[in-house]
Ligand binder design. Sequence first.
Ligand SMILES: Cc1cc2nc3c(=O)[nH]c(=O)nc-3n(C[C@H](O)[C@H](O)[C@H](O)COP(=O)(O)O)c2cc1C
Length: 236
Amino acid sequence: MKLLVCEPASSISFGNDLCLCFKAYLFTFMNGKKSQTLVFMFNQKNNLLYLVLRAKYAPIKEDNFMETIQTIMTRRSIRTWTNEPVTKKERKIILEAAMNAPSAADARPWHFVMIDDPAVIQQFTSMGGTEMLEESTLLILICGEPAKEVYPGFWPQDCSCAAQNMQLAAHDLGLGCVWVATHPLEEREQICRRVLNIPDSIVPFALLAFGVPNEVLSPEYRYDPSRIHSNTWEEK
Ligand SMILES: Cc1cc2nc3c(=O)[nH]c(=O)nc-3n(C[C@H](O)[C@H](O)[C@H](O)COP(=O)(O)O)c2cc1C
């Protein structure tokens, strides 16, 4: 065994304390290939260094969070909501999940416009097929800022990663969410620009509607082996 790298990573919350997180890469040479990541966390309050075994983001996992795979496999688009608001804490978690998404060259070319004023929400209900938005208590418009890109052209993928994180975070919190198509529908982009005063340099990408679900949709299992290709496209 050999310790190769020990690098400081980002601050993350650990209970009520703020900890500095240190990542270490531990390579085992038993089979020449296997590697494992260990995470050390330094608690600034009591000056203790913690070793987090099997680093699976356990420090930021709350007891009642679903397992990741279960969250992914049970998420559905929810289009009916009660009038209960999405709390401040839930909004923060959704935005944290959004901004923790991967992005090309870590460019993070995104912005999030929070919309919870019913009078503003109302202005999105006439776009066609969007009447259900009237029931939503929170819309978040994900916008792309191409000028923030390091490698041009990737901002839609980056924003999509953020969008998916937000949908999964909402589901994990027991909230319902639906993605309302915006980019590249010119007409919808224009409505977003007009209603929200969005500058020309910013592209309205996706409108996500959130709320406390007023419907239960059963999970769908969509695994399709015919879409998998091994080593070459052709079937044997
Ligand atoms: C890029 C994208 C655009 C979408 N646009 C809409 C939309 O405009 N209106 C809508 O009701 N659902 C929209 N959806 C949700 C899809 O209809 C939904 O994800 C799909 O039917 C699968 O159902 P599920 O999300 O419940 O698994 C969109 C989803 C994606 C990823």
